[in-house]
Structure formats: structure tokens, C-alpha cells
Design a protein around this ligand. Structure first.
Ligand SMILES: Nc1ncnc2c1ncn2[C@@H]1O[C@H](COP(=O)(O)OP(=O)(O)O)[C@@H](O)[C@H]1O
Ligand SMILES: [Mg+2]
Length: 272
């Protein structure tokens, strides 16, 4: 399909959430540049609390770039510049007064490739709480480690080998360990960038099940190249194309009756 000839939607001032709830995270007019090249254009998007929001769209459309705006991970990329307004609970996360380290404990991240530290399973989970002063004694250490591993659905599989290296686990277990590590510092939002793309179908199913459980306590944003996965795990789906947010709506609506031709084209496999 000739992408230039497709009628482009007008960017709206943001896609309202249902039930008039305030968004957990809200972006208005976000732009991202790598040097002179614009990767994200005027993205306005609301992310609902205790929901899973999926970001979909063709490779290179800016899903990871936009995700990284939400906890200022783009700050770590030298040539990257972000403008616009992004808020967590109504507070501007790019304000000068914001402590970025604290922000990233409130908005944690799980990456595509499981990346446990080269330390024991126990230490992988205890690391964050320890550097943030959340662990005061052995009892609180054990509580945090067990609680996080339980919530990540990994406790039963590793409780007898907490002192063994995290890197010795299977891929799926390593990813759940990374989720446990993210949970351990009590984040409010968890960003996941294609968390299952390195995993087999059984490990993927476990992570998807876990995501569904986690949304009771956390707000989750997941980038996925799998439309089936977006349909299975998310309540809302945002479709990106060439750096623009084309539409964001209830997941069911996006997959059954999208508003824009570009979305229709992507979900029916005509491009991407
Ligand atoms: N660190 C970077 N430096 C320069 N350009 C980048 C960098 N990361 C991403 N880009 C560019 O930004 C655009 C969006 O990339 P990305 O956010 O990774 O897309 P997606 O996650 O949807 O595949 C692409 O054109 C990509 O080449
Ligand atoms: Mg990406």
C-alpha cells in the first residue's frame, strides 16, 4: 500500500478514557527528536490506571521511543530530545524539580531481552529495595524477596535456589525475575517493551497471565509486535504509524471496528 497516499487522521487533543477517570499517565503534544530526525510527532495519549495499554504499529514507528518518554529513559540517549507535556498523576515528569531516579522507581521498566544482574536470584530482587533504603533488616529482606517473587509467579519455582545465579534460569523465568525485580520497589506503572519476543509460546502464555494479574495493582503499558498478544492482554490499544499516534481506543474496538484506514490496514496485515 502506498503509505503517502493514505488519508492521515487529524491529531486530537487526547483520547479520553472511559468513565471520566483521570489518567494515570497523560501525554499532550509529545515530540521526540534524535538529532534532526523526528521520531515522535505530537502524541497525545491517556493511560488509564489499573489497565493494560498496548502499543502496536509497524517496526520503527516509535513505540519504544514513546514508551521511554514515560519514565524519561530517553534522557540517557545523548542525541535524544523530548518536548511536550507528560504527566504522572497530573504532575509534569519533565519538571526541573523531578528526581529522575525516584521517577523510575514509580515507573519501572521491563525490556525485550531478559537482563538479570549477574548475581543470585535473591540479590536481583533485593537490589532495588536495598539502594532505595526499603530494606532495614533480614526479615524485611526476606519479605520483599518472597513477596515480589510470588507476585511475579516465580516463587514456587525458585524458593529452594535463591542463592543461585539469576542468569541460570530459563528465558521465561529470567523475564519473570526481571518483573519481580521491577515490582520489588513498589512501582505504580510498569513499562514493558516487547517482554515476550525472546520467549517460547509457553513462557509467553505465563507472562501474559501474569500481566493480567498484575493490573490489579499496577498500571501497565506493553509494546508488542503481536496483535494477538495485544488483543489478549490489553484493555486499551494505541496504534502508532511513522511517529504519530493514529488512534487509541478500547482494544476490542481497535480490532473489530477501527476508526482509521491505517489501523484497519495494519490489523488486517496489509502493511507492517
Ligand atoms: N538511539 C537512537 N538513535 C537514533 N535514532 C533512533 C534511536 N532509537 C530509535 N531511533 C529511530 O527512531 C525511530 C523509532 O524507533 P523505535 O522507537 O525503536 O520504533 P519501534 O519501537 O516502534 O520499532 C526509528 O526511525 C529509529 O531508527
Ligand atoms: Mg521497539
Amino acid at each position: 500500500m502506498d503509505q503517502e497516499s493514505i488519508e492521515r487522521p487529524k491529531q486530537t487533543a487526547g483520547t479520553p478514557l472511559l468513565e471520566g477517570r483521570p489518567p494515570k499517565v497523560a501525554s499532550r503534544g509529545a515530540n521526540v527528536f534524535y538529532g534532526d530526525k523526528q521520531a515522535i510527532k505530537e502524541v497525545s495519549l491517556d493511560i488509564g490506571e489499573n489497565e493494560v495499554t498496548a502499543f502496536i504499529g509497524p517496526s520503527g514507528c516509535g513505540k519504544s521511543t514513546f514508551l521511554r518518554c514515560l519514565n524519561r529513559m530517553n534522557d540517557t540517549i545523548d542525541i535524544c530530545r523530548v518536548s511536550g507535556d507528560i504527566r504522572l498523576d497530573g504532575q509534569d515528569i519533565y519538571d526541573k524539580s523531578v528526581d529522575v531516579v525516584e521517577l523510575r522507581t514509580r515507573i519501572g521498566m521491563v525490556f525485550q531481552k531478559p537482563n538479570p544482574f549477574p548475581k543470585s536470584i535473591m540479590e536481583n530482587v533485593a537490589y532495588g529495595p536495598r539502594i532505595h533504603g526499603m530494606i532495614t533488616d533480614k526479615a524485611s529482606l526476606e519479605e520483599v524477596v518472597q513477596g515480589s517473587l510470588e507476585r511475579a509467579g516465580l516463587w514456587e519455582e525458585v524458593k529452594d535456589r535463591l542463592d543461585t545465579p539469576g542468569t541460570g534460569l530459563s528465558g521465561g523465568q529470567q523475564q519473570r525475575l526481571c518483573i519481580a525485580r521491577a515490582i520489588a520497589v513498589h512501582p505504580e506503572v510498569i513499562l514493558m517493551d516487547e517482554p515476550c519476543s525472546a520467549l517460547d509460546p509457553i513462557a509467553t502464555a505465563k507472562i501474559e497471565e501474569l500481566i493480567d494479574e498484575l493490573r490489579e495493582n499496577f498500571t501497565i503499558v506493553i509494546v508488542t509486535h503481536s496483535m494477538q498478544q495485544a488483543a489478549r492482554v490489553s484493555q486499551r490499544t494505541a496504534f502508532f504509524h511513522l511517529g504519530e499516534l493514529i488512534e487509541c481506543n478500547d482494544t476490542e474496538q481497535i480490532f473489530t471496528n477501527p476508526e482509521h484506514k491505517l489501523t484497519q490496514g495494519y490489523i488486517t496485515g496489509r502493511f507492517g
